[in-house]
Design a protein around this ligand. Structure first.
Ligand code: ADP
Ligand code: TRP
Length: 322
């Protein structure tokens, strides 16, 4: 049984794209796979960009509630909050001293972020070392990541090898597993749905607000009576990522026949979301109303994670002469 580990960003409430593209497939794998999954909410990482304490707490809760609402099995897996395992900060310091400065200076994600953001802090620069620590602290063997994170994984492997080279086998060198997102969910403006574009659908909103959110999908100005091309329409393109083949065929025919307006299509999409995610929306909102239940789950995960982390840090300390 291999130990699979991955970090979940906590920079916002998970949207429809995150849910269909990342959360649901990851939960299926974690619940059904033979492997043991370590999944954590990367709330230390979020400090590089989010400075507001309430915002951070709320994001962590929202992310945890979403994963729990979608049925992550927290008995089989270890689901925890990064900041609950303070050993990660200690290990980060050690790893910093094995990380060549130019390696960080050449990181694509740092270059990209330092061009875009006004707050270019040292945390942003050393982010890959904290990420290496996240992974090495748990002797992770397999790390599923998106393509954009591959360079960080390479750095993790380099750092681990550098420690092992000096002290003998101390750290497990992890393998990355590239996750080609099989899903591409367009946003309400037709670009990729993303927090950063503000074009997402938040399925956890109340019915009324969710409907309003769906009604904001951008369309052309064809009148009700005109036949329409489903394939160039944002509503249809979102609808077809969730609907079954009969539903897709039926909506396609209505578009082509005319007498079917964008308002009708939006209403159908809204109803599909409510229908499909009824249970999860209810579970999410009940958890958000009851944060102590979320805490309980995260504490259970922290206990399991801490047990592993302590052992690894002990091993590293000894090697380093502390
Ligand atoms: P965002 O673009 O909203 O900031 P992230 O980059 O934090 O989202 O992505 C978190 C996870 O959700 C990643 O695994 C990513 O592949 C997945 N994801 C994000 N947006 C979409 C989308 N529009 N379609 C499919 N998957 C997505
Ligand atoms: N940096 C990752 C991202 O932006 C999140 C992350 C933090 C992570 N620590 C990790 C992913 C450790 C895998 C393993 O998506």
């Amino acid at each position: 049984m291999a130990r699979v580990l991955t970090g979940i960003q906590s920079t916002g409430i998970p949207h429809l794209g995150n849910i269909l593209g990342a959360i649901k497939p990851a939960i299926n794998l974690a619940n059904e796979g033979a492997n043991e999954a370590f999944l954590f909410i990367a709330d230390f990482h979020s400090l590089t960009t989010i400075k507001d304490a309430e915002e951070r707490k709320n994001n962590v809760r929202a992310v945890a509630a979403a994963w729990l609402a979608f049925g992550l099995d927290t008995d089989k897996n270890t689901f925890y909050r990064q900041s609950d395992i303070i050993e990660v900060a200690e290990l980060t310091w050690y790893l910093n001293c094995f990380t060549p400065f130019p390696m960080l200076a050449n990181a694509h994600s740092f270059k990209d972020k330092s061009d875009r953001l006004s707050d270019v802090n040292a945390g942003l620069f050393t982010y890959p070392v904290l990420m290496a620590s996240d992974i090495l602290l748990y002797d992770a063997e397999i790390v599923p990541v998106g393509k954009d994170q591959l360079q960080h994984l390479e750095m993790t492997r380099d750092i681990a090898r550098s420690v092992n080279h000096t002290y003998g086998e101390t750290l497990v060198v992890p393998e990355s597993k590239v996750q080609e997102s099989t899903m591409y969910i367009p946003g309400i403006d037709g670009q990729k749905m993303s927090k950063s574009y503000g074009n997402f659908i938040d399925i956890f909103l109340s019915d009324k607000k969710l409907r309003k959110n769906v009604m904001k999908i951008v369309t052309d100005s064809k009148g009700l009576e005109e036949p329409k091309d489903p394939d160039t329409c944002n509503i249809f393109n979102i609808y077809k990522t969730m609907a079954n083949s009969d539903q897709i065929r039926s909506m396609r025919e209505k578009y082509q026949a005319g007498g079917y307006g964008y308002g009708h299509a939006k209403q159908e999409l809204y109803e599909l979301i409510v229908d499909q995610f009824g249970e999860e929306r209810e579970a999410y909102n009940s958890l958000m109303d009851n944060p102590s239940k979320i805490e309980e789950e995260l504490e259970k995960g922290a206990e399991k994670a801490k047990f592993v982390a302590k052992g690894v840090v002990e091993r590293v300390r000894e090697m380093l002469g502390y």
